[in-house]
Design a binder for this molecule. Structure first.
Ligand SMILES: NC(=O)c1ccc[n+]([C@@H]2O[C@H](COP(=O)([O-])OP(=O)(O)OC[C@H]3O[C@@H](n4cnc5c(N)ncnc54)[C@H](OP(=O)(O)O)[C@@H]3O)[C@@H](O)[C@H]2O)c1
Length: 285
């Protein structure tokens, strides 16, 4: 069985990957308290000791809005942290899968495929792109970059994904102002996990987008959530991208991200993902 060392295994995406693929791979979870990726010596010491085939690197500074204020911290975690890890992966002659984001594209020239030219809009996207340049699959045959976009799943109490944020606000009967002239590509996290299972078993140095098969406006996404969960649609009003970025800069306008490479796992539309969540919540409750 392949041994997968994973950073960020306690996070929104990583925790579900471990949950779903636990019978396929042996995971060695490197949590922040065990290995702070910004601590070069600690990374060296831990990775020197453990045996793994692939390092699945999800740990990151992920707060997009705050990254513009906490530039140094975002850089330290997303760039230096990735550098520290990759150095050890290289010296052990192991493989790395670096999880990246659609935010490496500024959203002005969609759609974005694996070979589209990155141009990040904000600090978060910039630091994640710098991480991509470090592991660079064109230069290193042991590197694979997997870009994901707006991940969501049934349950995670530690952090709300966009789906849970919208749903909770509607449940609390709070008004929602949603953008009409913008696109997002929601990705069901279970599909990310199963897509990764294929990529781990069929590793090649490449860039692959594991993203939902539908892009829609945040307004349409919120309306769909309201409809599917019988919540009040009248709470949702419209705003424009131009208004929204005044209070939340760094958001790409048209994050329509697609894949030319994924011919191995069928990614769900947002509606299919919500239907699956409804099933999963029924089973769990
Ligand atoms: N969420 C999104 O919307 C989104 C979209 C596209 C791409 N991505 C990418 O997907 C990956 C996973 O995102 P996520 O949303 O699952 O993340 P998340 O829930 O915010 O979790 C981040 C993880 O990184 C770990 N971490 C942060 N700083 C660290 C450090 N200095 N040393 C070691 N570990 C550290 C955290 O550990 P602790 O919990 O111990 O602090 C946590 O497990 C990231 O690489 C992100 O850039 C996310």
């Amino acid at each position: 069985m392949l041994k997968i060392a994973i950073t960020g295994g306690g996070g929104l995406v990583g925790s579900r990957i471990i949950e779903l693929l636990n019978n396929d791979f042996e995971f060695i979870s490197l949590s922040q308290d065990k290995m702070n990726i910004t601590n070069k010596y600690q990374v060296y010491q831990i990775l020197k000791e453990i045996n793994f085939d692939i390092l699945l690197h999800l740990a990151a500074y992920t707060n997009v809005a705050k990254a513009n204020e906490e530039k140094d911290l975002a850089y330290k975690i997303n760039v230096k942290g990735t550098e520290n890890i990759f150095e050890q992966v290289l010296s052990k002659k192991k493989k790395i899968i670096y999880i990246s984001t659609d935010f490496i594209f500024d959203g002005t020239n969609p759609p974005y495929f694996e070979d589209s030219k990155p141009k990040p809009a904000g600090i978060y996207g910039q630091t994640k792109y710098q991480g991509e340049l470090i592991v660079n699959p064109k230069k290193y045959s042991n590197s694979l970059i997997v870009r994901i976009s707006y991940p969501y799943k049934a349950k995670f109490f530690q952090k709300k994904d966009f789906f849970r944020t919208f749903k909770t606000l509607l449940e609390e009967k709070k008004p929602l102002k949603m953008i009409i002239n913008s696109l997002m590509t929601p990705t069901f996290i279970d599909d990310i996990a199963y897509g990764l299972r294929y990529l781990i078993n069929n590793f090649s140095n490449d860039i692959v987008h594991l993203v939902g098969s539908q892009s829609l406006s945040p307004y349409d996404a919120a309306v769909l959530i309201a409809e599917k969960f019988n919540l009040d649609k009248n709470l949702i009003s419209k705003t424009t991208f131009e208004e929204y970025i005044k209070i939340r800069p760094g958001l790409p306008q048209y994050s329509q991200i697609k894949s030319k490479k994924n011919n191995f796992w069928k990614m769900k539309t947002f509606e299919e993902g919500i239907n699956e969540i409804i099933n999963q919540l029924k089973i769990k409750n």
